[in-house]
Design a binder for this molecule. Sequence first.
Ligand code: RIB
Ligand code: CA
Length: 319
Amino acid sequence: MPVPIIIDCDPGHDDALAIMLAAADPAVDLLAITTVAGNQTLEKTTLNARRVCTVAGITDVPIAAGCARPLLQPLAVAADVHGESGLDGPEFPEPTVGVVPEHAVELLHRIITEHPEPVTLVPTGPLTNIALLLTRYPDCAPRIREIVLMGGSTERGNRTPAAEFNIFTDPEAADIVFRAGVPVTMCGLNVTHQALATPEILARFEALGTELGHICAELLGFFASTYRTLWGMPHPPLHDPVAVARVIDPAIVGCADANVTVELHGTYTRGATVVDLHRYVDRPVNAQVAVTLDADLFWNRVLTAVTVLGERRGRGPVE
Ligand code: RIB
Ligand code: CA
């Protein structure tokens, strides 16, 4: 039986591929997409979710917009990484997929309480929507199967030396999520940096011969340019689909139990995920933390999803 999931995202190049993987892989049933401010403003991340669903032919999944700013601190977007649009690279047609009028938190609450079985939440952006859901509707926690998030790191950060972008953007929200008592799996940079979109991977997308495969190659090409410029990395890590892959097949992403504590007060470390993999301190295990990735299985699942969606859309023109 496919696992029912909701993606909460801030598209974002890697969020875009996470949406496609979740929409097409038979191991999961994508019930809804909710958007949050992060990589770009809420207006832009929501438009981008609509753009991705339009070009990928994902027309039966409701999209709801959520929070436009973090709980406490001002929003600081990542235009340096994802561009002014938040999805720079390809030219997108005017989206034909719309949004539902419900706020993301209300849609999350309604689906979680109405769905016949517990729902898995897959946040791939800042955790603002999820924290508000758990705070406003604590009764829905038992109906959440688990939260499998992309964020944090067992090592260093990528927005500060200590903090990863999704957690750094809204540390208070992340703290609420890790303390909520809902099963949490954290897919951090230590693992997502093994999901590298090499030129060989981009060639596999182009070789699909579909318009969607070409769009994915263009997205990854832009993402590669900013990672080279900002970090000197030859190939960009495709972070967000790793969280979806963990739900699809736990053999793709290996985890270890640990206490994860979000640093809220450190002058130089605010937003860091302090991951106690070796039980140094007397804090209870509150998460599974991703520590390994089978990159071949991962890319095969992502490419298969884009193949399915692309062929469903028909072999469009590839300029
Ligand atoms: O640090 C990487 C994460 O921040 C990814 O989810 C990326 O999309 C950005 O949101
Ligand atoms: Ca993201």
